[in-house]
Design a protein around this ligand. Structure first.
Ligand SMILES: Cc1ncc(COP(=O)(O)O)c(C=O)c1O
Length: 412
């Protein structure tokens, strides 16, 4: 059975999230399937950033920390992220980058675990997660041992030495989703804490951190949360750990009374102690506008649409591109797949460049993976149809063979 553009347009007409696309500025000639790398621009962001720059910074100057509540931004944005990940507003704050927040939480978890010293993760975790954990291991000498295992060996590797299970919920390449509840429960049974990197999950699906009894979490602000390039990251700590947790980057913004300027560090109550230095106000403001794009949005509906977009992509890939030697690199079962599809081709880089040349933006992950992400707030079913039409045309004509598509840029 074939699927036509008219069928896809009819799906868009029935889509209960279709109205949210008007919250974004997306160039008319672009089909954007890379919201898992950098979310699209919220329409409200430029004016808000300009206002904060010109009025709050330009006119109110230093008074803005109080007058315009710049100082409250980490907690205020955290409270906006909380419902998207199934946490309470006082369990989330916003600061620093995901890499830095992982360092803070992993070190804090080791500190909370006394006799245990192993951090367990999977070999295919996102590289920055591996590198940060390796850095912590190097820093703490014998006090931490990183154990990297294959995905299917995680549960058996959860022995009584494991202090922390640190995983990324949705795999950046394959889009495979871990069972957060099952693995968190297994970690707890083994006496370990569970830390989840939600970078490829939050904003694309409903998450239930509190119900799943997750201890710690982090994630990117610039992907599905639409916070803009290099947007700050968020940190979640379950309330039951708030009193015990101590993080090593004990800067003044995490102090109980930063403006007392005392000699000794005393951690603030609650999530404030997870902060280190001064918030990046202009970036925070852009992220706040990104988070507003979720106002009134049902995350269950987001997940349902995300699965349908992925299923449609794979069905059309089979139909239109079955003969071109693509090897599916993601799960065909939408329940096991995040909001992306990926497939392999030996010439994946050049093919993606040729596709981008046709206005369809996805990305490439070495060595050979083509990756397409679906942001349910703005991706349309018709976008998927057009993307596959253009991919088929590129493959049929062999345009990807042109020299200009072979040149590797610094960022893929
Ligand atoms: C799972 C995951 N964690 C972390 C990061 C990046 O962290 P940072 O914002 O510190 O560069 C990424 C970036 O793509 C990611 O996919």
């Amino acid at each position: 059975m074939s699927v036509t553009l008219a069928d896809c347009s009819a799906m868009d007409a029935r889509d209960t999230l279709a109205h949210a696309r008007a919250r974004f500025s997306i160039p008319a000639d672009v089909i954007y399937l890379d919201g898992n790398s950098l979310g699209a621009l919220p329409k409200s962001a430029p004016a808000r950033v300009a206002d904060v720059t010109e009025r709050e910074w330009g006119e109110d100057l230093i008074r803005s920390w109080n007058k315009n509540d710049w100082i409250g931004m980490p907690a205020r944005l955290g409270a906006r992220i909380a419902p998207l990940i199934g946490a309470a507003p006082d369990e989330v704050t916003v600061a620093d980058s995901t890499s830095v927040n992982l360092f803070k939480l992993a070190a804090a978890a080791i500190g909370m675990q006394k006799l245990r010293r192993v951090i367990l993760t999977e070999r295919a975790n996102f590289p920055t997660d591996l590198y940060v954990l390796q850095g912590l291991e190097a820093l703490l000498g014998g006090a931490v041992a990183l154990r990297m295992v294959e995905r299917d060996a995680l549960e058996t590797a959860l022995d009584r030495d494991v202090a922390l299970l640190a995983l990324t919920h949705t795999d950046f390449k394959s889009g495979a989703i871990h069972d957060m509840r099952a693995l968190t429960t297994a970690a707890h049974k083994a006496g370990a804490l569970a830390l989840w990197d939600l970078s490829h999950s939050a904003g694309a699906m409903d998450l239930h951190l509190d119900a799943d009894e997750v201890d710690l979490a982090i994630g990117c602000g610039y992907k599905y949360l639409n916070g803009g390039p290099g947007a700050p990251s968020y940190i979640h700590v379950a309330r039951k750990h708030h009193d015990a947790i101590r993080q090593p980057l004990s800067g003044w913004m995490g102090h109980a009374a930063p403006f007392d300027f005392g000699e000794h560090y005393r951690p603030a109550e609650g999530m404030t102690r997870m902060l280190c230095g001064t918030p990046a106000v202009l970036s925070m403001v852009a992220l706040e506008e990104g988070l507003k794009t979720f106002d009134g949005i049902d995350m269950g509906a987001v997940r349902t649409k995300s699965k349908a977009l992925g299923d449609l992509f794979l069905a059309l890939l089979d139909m239109r591109c079955g003969q071109f030697g693509f090897e599916i690199a993601c799960s065909r079962a939408s329940t096991h797949r995040g909001s992306q599809v990926s497939f392999r081709h030996r010439h994946g880089y050049a093919i993606m460049q040729a596709l981008i040349g046709q206005g369809v933006i996805g990305d490439f992950r070495a060595p050979d993976v083509l990756r397409f992400g679906f942001a349910p707030l703005y991706t349309r079913y018709a976008d998927i149809w057009l993307a596959l039409e253009r991919l088929a045309a590129i493959m049929e004509a062999g345009t990807w063979r042109e020299d200009r598509f072979q040149v590797r840029a610094a960022v893929t």
